[in-house]
Structure formats: structure tokens, C-alpha cells
Design a protein around this ligand. Structure first.
Ligand code: THU
Length: 145
């Protein structure tokens, strides 16, 4: 899969990511917030990895759908994320939390496409650079003086 796909995902890929995010959302473990979220990450090989939010009775120990999806991507052997599609309940458009923006940065650059959706469809998209400007990433560790 070429890097240009980051900004120009085909309708078919977007549709498959959307379907994967909704399927993941149906697995959400969100008994405390009742706010079910599903995420689908597209890797550099064109494969899609999905995950849901998983909450915990000790509230701070829960984590987001994006984190589960990134874990699935890494476990499948991929190291580069080109895009993530996140489905929340609607009607408000949701964006990844600050911690997940940084986790996405580990596996993608400023061009990584972040797409927000709800069960009715895709709503809005941004680049990771828009959501996490002037970010710190793995490249900084490689470029020490
Ligand atoms: N949540 C996600 O999984 N992803 C987001 O992008 C926003 C928030 C989850 C965390 C928590 O389980 C619930 O939604 C309410 O914040």
C-alpha cells in the first residue's frame, strides 16, 4: 500500500474500516460510561485491525478503542498506521483523547488520517498533525545530538 493512501483512501477501504469499527463497537465493554466506541486502524499493508473500549471498575484502568486496535495491529506484526476510523454513538463527533493521539503518533506521522464516524456514517476527518501539532515521536529519539 502506497503512502499516498494516507490522504486518499478509496471508498471501499473507508467502507471496510467503517464496518470493522462498528463490529468492534458492538463488543465494547463500557458498563460505566455506556459510551461504546469502536476503532479500525489501516496498516501499511492494507490490513485493518479493530478494537473497542474496555472499561474497568477501577475507572482509570480502562482504555480506549483506539488503543485496543493499535494493540491488535502490533500483534499482527504491523508497525505503521496510515489511518484510523473511530465510531462513537453520535450525534456528537468524537475525536481521539490526548493519550490515544500520542499512541497513534508512535505508529504514524502527521499525515495519518483520523476519521470520525457514528452508526449513521462517516462525519469528519483530520490529519494527526492537526490533532496533535508539534508532536514528539520516535524520530526524536533517533536524532539526539
Ligand atoms: N473513548 C474511546 O474509546 N475513544 C475515544 O476516542 C473517546 C472515548 C472511550 C473511553 C471511555 O471508555 C468512554 O469512551 C467514555 O469516555
Amino acid at each position: 500500500m502506497s503512502k499516498t493512501m494516507q490522504s486518499t483512501l478509496s471508498p471501499d477501504v473507508k467502507q471496510r474500516m467503517f464496518a470493522a469499527s462498528l463490529a468492534a463497537r458492538s463488543q465494547a465493554h463500557a458498563p460505566y460510561s455506556q459510551f461504546a466506541v469502536g476503532a479500525a486502524v489501516l496498516d501499511e499493508h492494507g490490513n485493518i485491525h479493530s478494537g473497542c473500549n474496555i472499561e474497568n471498575a477501577a475507572y482509570p484502568q480502562g482504555w480506549c478503542a483506539e488503543t485496543t486496535a493499535l494493540g491488535a495491529m502490533v500483534m499482527a506484526g504491523a508497525k505503521r498506521a496510515l489511518a484510523v476510523l473511530i465510531s462513537g454513538p453520535g450525534p456528537d463527533v468524537i475525536t481521539p483523547c490526548g493519550g490515544c493521539r500520542q499512541k497513534l503518533r508512535e505508529f504514524g506521522d502527521e499525515k495519518l488520517l483520523v476519521i470520525a464516524a457514528d452508526p449513521g456514517g462517516i462525519r469528519q476527518s483530520w490529519s494527526l498533525g492537526q490533532l496533535l501539532p508539534a508532536s514528539f515521536g520516535p524520530d526524536h529519539l533517533k536524532n539526539q545530538a
